[in-house]
Design a protein around this ligand. Structure first.
Ligand code: SF4
Ligand code: SF4
Length: 314
């Protein structure tokens, strides 16, 4: 393709992403993210990855999309807003992170990215691509920065100056050249340190890394062992992941609710009382969480989380 054809197709792709319901779309040139590999390796060497040993495996593949998808030239990176003000109704009940209140996002985003690939192929039949959403060794956050979606906040999450940080990142790797967005330089956190000061467990390091051994998101999801006793008093009501560092961020002050029907909380979950939470059994867990991100931890680990925070409930 000529350079002008790249530009035309890239503009069409960005428009199509909007039509498919994505809130953000940027395009980055594929390269090896060597600097990220170094940060990841150091983070793991210091033990900050807790028991996520899979992060140590294949660092080259993680840093280089060309190994994951030979022939990779371009990375389309999308953002899908999941902010919502329709939440659990009762006070003093275990709280689920807002991203997990509705149906699982992986399949929905991957399906949209595959439609985007079909659209690209309608112009370039030889184009090949692979869509990923949180399910492959891809460094989604650095790629979102590279594609101009935002900067890494001090809490390490990507912030977009229009929609904030409550968005899922999806990527479509393509074997064709496109017109690339400028990556975001620097950040707009300035002197703010609200996330660092508000993190109840002190998990946010000054170098913008997270100590997974202290982060509620990891301890309630990835962690297969018991929830550490010394962390429990600081977990408050968070039973599945944690939104605190994003809730306090000034860039989320004007976050607008999403309009993705699949992500809406169902009444049965919204209405759960403290007594119902404390007596949750396997059958009710299946009814409430089948097809949602919470299903991932299965009943036993979720019950472990409820029991851990039960002392924090009034
Ligand atoms: S998710 Fe919660 S525990 Fe983890 S860094 Fe953010 S505020 Fe701290
Ligand atoms: S709370 Fe402040 S320091 Fe933390 S990510 Fe948001 S703007 Fe940056």
């Amino acid at each position: 393709m000529t350079a002008s054809a790249d530009i035309r197709l890239s503009a069409l792709i960005r428009d199509k992403a909007t039509e498919l319901g994505f809130d953000l779309c940027g395009i980055a040139r594929v390269r090896k993210l060597s600097e990220c590999k170094e940060v990841l390796t150091k983070w793991c060497a210091e033990g900050l990855n807790d028991k996520m040993t899979y992060l140590i495996r294949d660092p080259d593949k993680r840093a280089d999309p060309g190994i994951l998808f030979p022939g990779a030239k371009s990375m389309i990176v999308t953002g899908l807003n999941y902010y919502t003000d329709k939440r659990q109704k009762h006070l003093y009940v275990p709280l689920i992170s807002i991203y997990a209140l509705g149906k699982d996002y992986h399949d929905l985003i991957t399906a949209r990215l595959e439609k985007l690939l079909t659209y690209v192929k309608s112009f370039v039949p030889d184009a090949e691509g692979r869509a990923f959403c949180d399910d492959a060794p891809v460094l989604e956050k650095p790629w979102a920065v590279e594609a101009g979606l935002g900067w890494r906040g001090k809490h390490s999450i990507v912030i977009n100056d229009t929609i904030g940080s409550f968005f899922f990142i999806g990527v479509l790797i393509l074997n064709i050249e496109l017109d690339y967005d400028k990556h975001v330089e620097g950040d707009k956190c300035g002197n703010c340190r609200a996330c660092i000061d508000s993190c109840p467990t002190g998990a946010i390091n000054i170098d913008r890394t997270i100590d997974a051994r202290r982060c509620i998101a990891n301890l309630t999801i990835g962690n297969r062992g018991p929830v550490p006793e010394e962390i429990i008093p600081y977990m408050g009501r968070m039973v599945y992941s944690c939104d605190i560092c994003q809730d306090v961020c000034p860039w989320n002050k004007n976050a607008k609710p999403h309009n993705v029907a699949e992500f809406m909380i169902v009444d049965e979950l919204a209405d759960m009382t403290k007594e119902e939470w404390l007596s949750l059994d396997n059958a009710k867990f299946d009814t409430l969480f089948k097809g949602t991100p919470v299903e991932r931890v299965k009943f036993d680990r979720f019950k472990r989380n409820i029991e851990a925070i039960s002392k924090n409930l009034k």
